[in-house]
Design a protein around this ligand. Structure first.
Ligand SMILES: Cc1cc2nc3c(=O)[nH]c(=O)nc-3n(C[C@H](O)[C@H](O)[C@H](O)COP(=O)(O)OP(=O)(O)OC[C@H]3O[C@@H](n4cnc5c(N)ncnc54)[C@H](O)[C@@H]3O)c2cc1C
Length: 591
């Protein structure tokens, strides 16, 4: 089975040659330590950890899965040792405040590291990702006292975190949730209710687990406007910060599921557990978005790279039939990479993995700015860019990771379907990314309804300005010209949907998913055009890595000619309207 290799050269290209992270960090308050040397050193160390420690556990985790016995959850062989090494390496605190023992590096650095963790072992990496989200949420919203009680151990990695939203009767519609919180006389709350599908909800990796829980206070308004946010530890925390008595939090069972077997997906029961309010009363949903947005961005990175690497290695080695140009007359056949259709699959994988990386790191750059810039206008602009781009990064990239990992199976033919090469595991593991953190339908509704139409398109303005200014600056570049047209068509389509929705509210729901995909193709075109221009500049400087940059240009060309045109068909589908979905009577679905 081919081993995961962190794509450091491509990561450096994105960071240094396209997105100019050196300048970004030089201008970002508090990012003084993120010098180019430091960034490279961290990436190399993270690559070693991902390649040597957790990638070898990927298959074991899938095969063994987690176990639940007598209410106790254990993770697969090797997971705990790897987690210990992660803690000892200080990785959990990489991008968290030095006040609580972290290294204080920018959030985007964590994103780069997380890509390697998630690509090498999706299930294992989720334990770290959820802890990261819990830390950020507590830091943003909890009292100083709670921060002191929880953050040092979370940042050190001794304790882990979860997000507890979903209940049996409510997933997409959190307004229905029933878990309740009643005040105790000492300022704490009694939390009662049952949460399902809680990733990393219970396990044996850390001494304590800190749940970030949505619940209702007595007399709370109905719906999402009546939800509050709490911290609820598995074990209570003593005054000196040590782990105390059990807290009426138990794991009722774990799920048997399609993929990510190494991550425990738990029913977590709160039976009057002691918890602490961290949002203003009834304002928990907006605080929870601190966690949700971070998680959505990390989801966007899960799954594609490892599948591509295996498919590529296999396609260079496996010989079947002759290509149009006989490559090796001494062999009975040519490697399958000579065939155009195999190239179609590989280039789709390559353009999505590398283009997705660009979109993701760009978003991470905006998270840095929104957290740390001393310029209020820049912070606002970054937040607006993220409001638009996070549902696209999560929804579009995860949806296409299903196609990419399916291609990864297909390139290997029958050998992709059997377990030996790991391709079917990537395909199964990746499937969840279109579902959790809000299904992709919900991402589409968020993008089109809640963000774009509700703001009368204003949320698009900073991104549109970026694309237009890029197209102006590179007006002689063929890809920039195509991009300008794609942008104009996207904006015109948005107007048309707005007009249709004004007379028929079903149009928004009917268009949302396809519109999400349409938007994703245009957004990725912007990043591939930037990539191509950066490669062109490098080539003009007589680069000794000509073939690397030429490959970038060829991949950009492929993306523009073979994936971007999918917008034409999406446009037709969207404009066909809601009636072809809504007219069929419910009973008639059976006929
Ligand atoms: C492995 C795994 C890990 C998870 N981890 C966590 C976790 O750590 N914490 C947590 O809180 N939750 C977690 N979840 C839950 C996950 O976020 C939910 O499953 C997801 O949000 C969907 O909710 P649901 O399953 O109840 O589906 P439903 O909400 O019942 O949706 C069913 C279908 O209806 C569609 N739908 C619903 N409403 C609309 C609408 N208005 N318009 C169009 N389509 C709609 C959905 O898109 C979906 O296709 C996890 C789930 C799994 C399987």
């Amino acid at each position: 089975m081919p081993e995961y290799k962190a794509p450091l050269r491509d990561m450096q290209f994105v960071l240094n040659e396209v997105l100019d992270f050196e300048k970004h960090y030089a201008q970002l308050p508090g990012a003084e330590d993120a010098t180019p040397d430091m960034v490279s050193a961290i990436m190399e160390e993270a690559a070693k950890f991902a390649e040597n420690v957790i990638a070898p556990l990927n298959e074991v985790g899938d095969r063994e899965g987690c176990r639940w016995q007598d209410g106790v959850v254990s993770t697969p062989t090797g997971f705990k040792d790897a987690y210990q090494q992660f803690i000892e390496g200080g990785w959990q605190g990489l991008a968290h405040s030095t006040e609580f023992g972290g290294q204080g590096l920018p959030v985007s650095m964590y994103n780069v590291v997380y890509e390697m963790l998630a690509s090498s072992n999706h299930a294992w990496a989720m334990y770290a990702a959820l802890t990261n989200g819990a830390i950020t949420t507590i830091e943003a919203h909890a009292s100083d006292e709670l921060k002191q009680a929880y953050l040092p151990n979370l940042v050190a990695g001794n304790w882990s975190g979860t997000m507890c939203l979903t209940e049996a009767h409510c997933g997409s519609d959190l307004g229905l949730l029933r878990t309740k919180a009643e005040a105790n006389s000492d300022g704490s709350y009694r939390i009662s209710g049952s949460k399902i599908f809680i990733s990393a909800g219970d396990h044996d990796l850390t001494d304590n687990i800190v749940h970030i829980v949505l619940a209702r206070l007595p007399g709370a308004p109905e719906g999402v406007k009546g939800i509050s946010l709490f911290v609820v530890p598995k074990f209570k925390v003593n005054a000196d910060g040590s782990v105390g008595a059990s807290n009426q939090v138990s794991c009722g069972s774990i799920e048997h599921k399609m993929g990510i077997h190494g991550n425990a997906t738990c029913v977590i029961n709160f039976d009057g557990a002691e918890g602490y309010l961290i949002s203003p009363p009834h304002k928990g949903m907006s605080c929870m978005f601190t966690f949700i947005n971070e998680s959505r961005l990390s989801v966007a990175q899960q799954g594609q790279e490892a599948s591509f690497q295996t498919a590529l290695a296999y396609a260079k080695d496996r010989v079947q039939m002759r290509g149009t140009v006989r490559k090796d007359p001494t062999k009975a056949a040519d490697p399958i990479i000579v065939h155009a259709d195999v190239r179609r699959m590989l280039l789709t994988q390559k353009s999505l993995a590398e283009g997705g990386r660009l979109l993701n790191y760009f978003c991470a750059q905006q998270v840095d700015i929104s957290h740390s810039s001393d310029n209020a206008e820049q912070r606002q602009q970054a937040e607006t860019l993220l409001a638009l781009l996070i549902p696209i990064a999560k929804g579009f990239l995860s949806e296409l990771s299903l196609e990419a990992t399916s291609n990864g199976v297909q390139v290997l033919g029958g050998h992709g379907f059997i377990s030996e090469w790991g391709q079917e595991q990537h395909y199964r593991d990746t499937r969840i990314t279109a579902i959790y953190e809000g299904t992709n339908s919900i991402q589409g509704l968020d993008l089109l309804g809640r963000k774009i139409l509700a703001s009368d398109g204003k949320v698009m303005a900073p991104f549109v300005e970026l694309v237009q200014s890029f197209c102006r600056d590179n007006s002689g570049h063929a890809l920039a010209q195509t991009l300008q047209q794609a942008l104009e068509q996207w904006l015109a389509l948005t107007d048309k949907i707005g007009e249709k929705a004004a007379t028929n509210p079903d149009e928004v729901n009917a268009a949302a998913y396809d519109y999400l995909m349409y938007s994703g193709y245009v957004v990725l075109a912007y990043f591939w055009a930037r990539s191509s221009v950066s490669a062109e500049q490098a080539l003009q400087g007589n680069s000794d890595e000509a073939s690397f940059y030429q490959a970038k240009q060829a991949t950009a060309q492929f993306y523009f000619e073979r994936l971007l045109p999918r917008t034409d068909s999406l446009e037709k589908t969207i404009l066909s309207g809601a009636n072809n979905l809504m007219d069929l009577e419910e009973a008639a679905f059976n006929f």
